[in-house]
Design a protein around this ligand. Sequence first.
Ligand SMILES: Nc1nc2c(ncn2[C@@H]2O[C@H](COP(=O)(O)OP(=O)(O)OP(=O)(O)O)[C@@H](O)[C@H]2O)c(=O)[nH]1
Ligand SMILES: [Mg+2]
Length: 159
Amino acid sequence: MNYAMVTGPMGAGKSTLIRSLPEKGVFAPPPDVPEMFLDNACSCRGLQFYEIDEPTALGGHWAGWLGAANAFLLVADAGASPVAVGPLLARLGSACPGTPCLLVANRWPGGRHDAWQLPGVAAVEPLSPGTVLDEERALAQPEEVERILARLQQLLEAA
Ligand SMILES: Nc1nc2c(ncn2[C@@H]2O[C@H](COP(=O)(O)OP(=O)(O)OP(=O)(O)O)[C@@H](O)[C@H]2O)c(=O)[nH]1
Ligand SMILES: [Mg+2]
């Protein structure tokens, strides 16, 4: 079973990405991790996705949930500086040095994304502003989610 931990700064779009996944099923928690209330978790095509917010990822208490990941999906707000994800990247790299990290630059305005190819980032995928459902929720475009899922599968196969 492959686990993908979705993390990133507050409001970056973690829940939006998980909400936008196709063919969602019930999440199967990884074995041997302490029980934790997850805001957002689901399965999708044999992959298990779970959202861990930045403070939780930076803290030491739930390190088992970082260790359970076969890949990290680091969602960043493309409108912010890449520096904003520095602490999280450092944490993921030191806690789980072999786990690939796919950086999703959300609310992508277009253009080149070299600036997001940070040390510790295995691949960068832009994600444009999707459809706004209401004040709280947005939805990404299905074809963009497919592109991100394909890249994630590539990283998992190469790992
Ligand atoms: N228009 C637009 N709004 C977005 C997009 N992604 C996220 N949002 C909005 O930004 C806000 C935060 O998005 P979430 O997906 O909840 O972000 P999060 O990273 O899960 O946030 P926390 O769990 O609070 O840290 C929500 O109000 C979303 O509707 C996007 O691509 N386009
Ligand atoms: Mg969220």
